[in-house]
Design a protein around this ligand. Sequence first.
Ligand code: AMP
Length: 176
Amino acid sequence: MTDLTKLVRTIPDYPKPGIMFRDITTLILDPHGFTKVVNDLAEFAAGMRLTKIAGIEARGFIIGGALAHRLALGFVPLRKKGKLPHQTIVETYELEYGTDQIEMHLDAVDANDHVLLVDDLIATGGTAMAGVRLLRRGGAEVAACAFVIDLPDLGGAARLEAQGLKVHALMAFGGH
Ligand code: AMP
Protein backbone atom coordinates (compact mmCIF):
# COMPACT_ATOMS: atom_id res chain seq x y z
CA MET A 1 0.00 0.00 0.00
CA THR A 2 1.50 3.32 -1.06
CA ASP A 3 1.77 5.81 1.83
CA LEU A 4 1.17 9.13 0.10
CA THR A 5 2.37 11.23 3.04
CA LYS A 6 5.87 9.68 2.73
CA LEU A 7 6.07 10.78 -0.91
CA VAL A 8 5.55 14.47 -0.14
CA ARG A 9 8.87 16.26 0.32
CA THR A 10 8.99 18.94 3.00
CA ILE A 11 11.32 21.88 2.45
CA PRO A 12 11.69 23.95 5.65
CA ASP A 13 11.89 27.74 5.34
CA TYR A 14 10.86 27.85 1.65
CA PRO A 15 10.00 30.31 0.14
CA LYS A 16 10.64 32.17 3.39
CA PRO A 17 11.54 31.46 7.03
CA GLY A 18 8.86 29.67 9.03
CA ILE A 19 7.09 28.07 6.04
CA MET A 20 7.21 24.30 5.64
CA PHE A 21 6.82 23.91 1.88
CA ARG A 22 4.94 20.71 1.05
CA ASP A 23 6.42 19.71 -2.30
CA ILE A 24 4.24 17.34 -4.34
CA THR A 25 6.76 16.98 -7.21
CA THR A 26 8.17 13.90 -5.46
CA LEU A 27 4.67 12.46 -5.09
CA ILE A 28 3.76 12.86 -8.77
CA LEU A 29 7.21 11.60 -9.80
CA ASP A 30 6.33 8.28 -8.17
CA PRO A 31 4.06 6.33 -10.55
CA HIS A 32 2.29 4.46 -7.73
CA GLY A 33 1.88 7.68 -5.78
CA PHE A 34 0.47 9.63 -8.72
CA THR A 35 -1.88 6.78 -9.61
CA LYS A 36 -3.10 6.52 -6.03
CA VAL A 37 -3.75 10.27 -5.81
CA VAL A 38 -5.90 10.13 -8.94
CA ASN A 39 -7.66 6.91 -7.88
CA ASP A 40 -8.44 8.26 -4.39
CA LEU A 41 -9.82 11.51 -5.79
CA ALA A 42 -11.84 9.58 -8.39
CA GLU A 43 -13.31 7.51 -5.55
CA PHE A 44 -14.27 10.71 -3.70
CA ALA A 45 -15.88 12.04 -6.89
CA ALA A 46 -17.85 8.87 -7.58
CA GLY A 47 -21.60 9.38 -7.60
CA MET A 48 -21.34 13.19 -7.60
CA ARG A 49 -22.73 13.51 -11.13
CA LEU A 50 -19.97 15.95 -12.02
CA THR A 51 -19.92 17.63 -15.41
CA LYS A 52 -16.44 19.22 -15.20
CA ILE A 53 -13.24 19.42 -13.16
CA ALA A 54 -11.71 22.85 -12.48
CA GLY A 55 -8.04 23.13 -11.48
CA ILE A 56 -6.05 26.06 -10.13
CA GLU A 57 -2.75 27.01 -11.83
CA ALA A 58 -0.28 25.45 -11.72
CA ARG A 59 -0.22 22.33 -9.56
CA GLY A 60 -4.01 22.05 -9.69
CA PHE A 61 -3.62 21.51 -13.44
CA ILE A 62 -1.49 18.39 -12.93
CA ILE A 63 -3.84 16.74 -10.42
CA GLY A 64 -7.09 18.10 -11.86
CA GLY A 65 -6.10 17.36 -15.45
CA ALA A 66 -5.27 13.75 -14.64
CA LEU A 67 -8.51 13.39 -12.66
CA ALA A 68 -10.61 14.89 -15.47
CA HIS A 69 -9.08 12.41 -17.91
CA ARG A 70 -9.70 9.52 -15.51
CA LEU A 71 -13.37 10.53 -15.12
CA ALA A 72 -13.75 11.38 -18.83
CA LEU A 73 -14.80 14.95 -17.96
CA GLY A 74 -13.83 18.32 -19.40
CA PHE A 75 -11.23 20.41 -17.59
CA VAL A 76 -11.54 24.11 -16.70
CA PRO A 77 -8.22 25.91 -16.10
CA LEU A 78 -8.35 28.70 -13.51
CA ARG A 79 -5.30 30.73 -14.51
CA LYS A 80 -3.12 33.49 -13.21
CA LYS A 81 -4.32 36.81 -14.60
CA GLY A 82 -3.38 37.68 -18.18
CA LYS A 83 -2.90 34.15 -19.54
CA LEU A 84 -6.32 33.31 -21.02
CA PRO A 85 -6.90 34.57 -24.58
CA HIS A 86 -10.70 34.87 -24.72
CA GLN A 87 -13.23 36.82 -22.61
CA THR A 88 -12.60 36.23 -18.91
CA ILE A 89 -13.90 36.95 -15.44
CA VAL A 90 -11.41 37.68 -12.66
CA GLU A 91 -11.32 37.29 -8.88
CA THR A 92 -8.87 38.87 -6.47
CA TYR A 93 -7.73 37.14 -3.28
CA GLU A 94 -5.55 38.02 -0.34
CA LEU A 95 -2.02 36.79 0.10
CA GLU A 96 -0.02 37.23 3.29
CA TYR A 97 1.47 40.36 1.70
CA GLY A 98 -0.73 41.93 -0.98
CA THR A 99 -3.20 40.32 -3.38
CA ASP A 100 -3.27 38.03 -6.41
CA GLN A 101 -5.79 37.34 -9.16
CA ILE A 102 -7.10 34.30 -11.01
CA GLU A 103 -9.18 34.21 -14.16
CA MET A 104 -11.57 31.90 -15.97
CA HIS A 105 -12.95 31.99 -19.47
CA LEU A 106 -16.49 33.29 -19.23
CA ASP A 107 -17.79 30.48 -21.45
CA ALA A 108 -15.96 27.71 -19.56
CA VAL A 109 -18.99 26.83 -17.40
CA ASP A 110 -22.73 27.49 -17.33
CA ALA A 111 -25.79 26.83 -15.19
CA ASN A 112 -25.86 23.15 -16.20
CA ASP A 113 -22.45 22.51 -14.63
CA HIS A 114 -21.73 20.66 -11.42
CA VAL A 115 -18.00 21.14 -10.89
CA LEU A 116 -15.30 19.69 -8.63
CA LEU A 117 -12.59 22.25 -7.84
CA VAL A 118 -9.09 20.75 -7.45
CA ASP A 119 -5.78 22.10 -6.15
CA ASP A 120 -2.68 20.50 -4.66
CA LEU A 121 -2.96 22.11 -1.23
CA ILE A 122 -5.28 24.22 0.89
CA ALA A 123 -3.77 26.56 3.46
CA THR A 124 -5.82 29.69 4.29
CA GLY A 125 -8.35 28.82 1.59
CA GLY A 126 -8.07 32.22 -0.13
CA THR A 127 -7.06 30.75 -3.49
CA ALA A 128 -9.75 28.06 -3.45
CA MET A 129 -12.47 30.56 -2.40
CA ALA A 130 -11.51 32.77 -5.37
CA GLY A 131 -11.89 29.69 -7.60
CA VAL A 132 -15.29 28.95 -6.10
CA ARG A 133 -16.40 32.54 -6.74
CA LEU A 134 -15.32 32.33 -10.39
CA LEU A 135 -17.22 29.08 -10.96
CA ARG A 136 -20.34 30.42 -9.24
CA ARG A 137 -20.19 33.68 -11.21
CA GLY A 138 -20.05 31.55 -14.36
CA GLY A 139 -23.32 29.96 -13.20
CA ALA A 140 -21.92 26.59 -12.14
CA GLU A 141 -22.66 24.74 -8.95
CA VAL A 142 -19.54 23.77 -6.98
CA ALA A 143 -20.11 20.15 -5.96
CA ALA A 144 -17.01 20.01 -3.73
CA CYS A 145 -13.40 21.10 -3.39
CA ALA A 146 -10.67 18.44 -3.33
CA PHE A 147 -7.01 18.76 -2.38
CA VAL A 148 -4.08 16.43 -2.03
CA ILE A 149 -2.93 18.21 1.15
CA ASP A 150 -4.75 20.13 3.87
CA LEU A 151 -2.97 22.38 6.37
CA PRO A 152 -5.80 22.45 8.93
CA ASP A 153 -4.01 24.83 11.29
CA LEU A 154 -4.40 27.55 8.65
CA GLY A 155 -8.18 27.12 8.66
CA GLY A 156 -8.87 27.04 4.92
CA ALA A 157 -10.95 23.85 4.89
CA ALA A 158 -13.05 25.12 7.81
CA ARG A 159 -13.53 28.42 5.98
CA LEU A 160 -14.81 26.63 2.87
CA GLU A 161 -17.04 24.37 4.95
CA ALA A 162 -18.49 27.46 6.66
CA GLN A 163 -19.59 28.54 3.16
CA GLY A 164 -21.51 25.28 2.80
CA LEU A 165 -18.87 23.67 0.60
CA LYS A 166 -17.91 20.02 0.79
CA VAL A 167 -14.13 19.70 1.27
CA HIS A 168 -11.93 16.64 0.89
CA ALA A 169 -8.16 16.18 1.28
CA LEU A 170 -6.06 13.03 0.96
CA MET A 171 -3.76 13.95 3.84
CA ALA A 172 -3.12 16.69 6.41
CA PHE A 173 0.01 18.20 7.93
CA GLY A 174 0.15 20.23 11.13
CA GLY A 175 1.69 23.71 11.22
CA HIS A 176 2.29 26.17 8.42
P1 AMP B 1 -4.13 29.40 0.35
O1 AMP B 1 -4.76 30.35 -0.62
O2 AMP B 1 -3.58 30.08 1.56
O3 AMP B 1 -5.07 28.27 0.72
O4 AMP B 1 -2.86 28.78 -0.37
C1 AMP B 1 -3.01 27.74 -1.27
C2 AMP B 1 -2.09 27.86 -2.44
O5 AMP B 1 -0.77 28.22 -2.05
C3 AMP B 1 -2.01 26.54 -3.16
O6 AMP B 1 -2.08 26.78 -4.56
C4 AMP B 1 -0.67 25.95 -2.74
O7 AMP B 1 -0.04 25.35 -3.83
C5 AMP B 1 0.14 27.12 -2.18
N1 AMP B 1 0.69 26.87 -0.82
C6 AMP B 1 0.36 27.52 0.32
N2 AMP B 1 1.04 27.07 1.39
C7 AMP B 1 1.84 26.08 0.92
C8 AMP B 1 2.80 25.18 1.55
N3 AMP B 1 3.07 25.22 2.87
N4 AMP B 1 3.44 24.29 0.77
C9 AMP B 1 3.16 24.23 -0.56
N5 AMP B 1 2.29 25.03 -1.21
C10 AMP B 1 1.63 25.95 -0.48
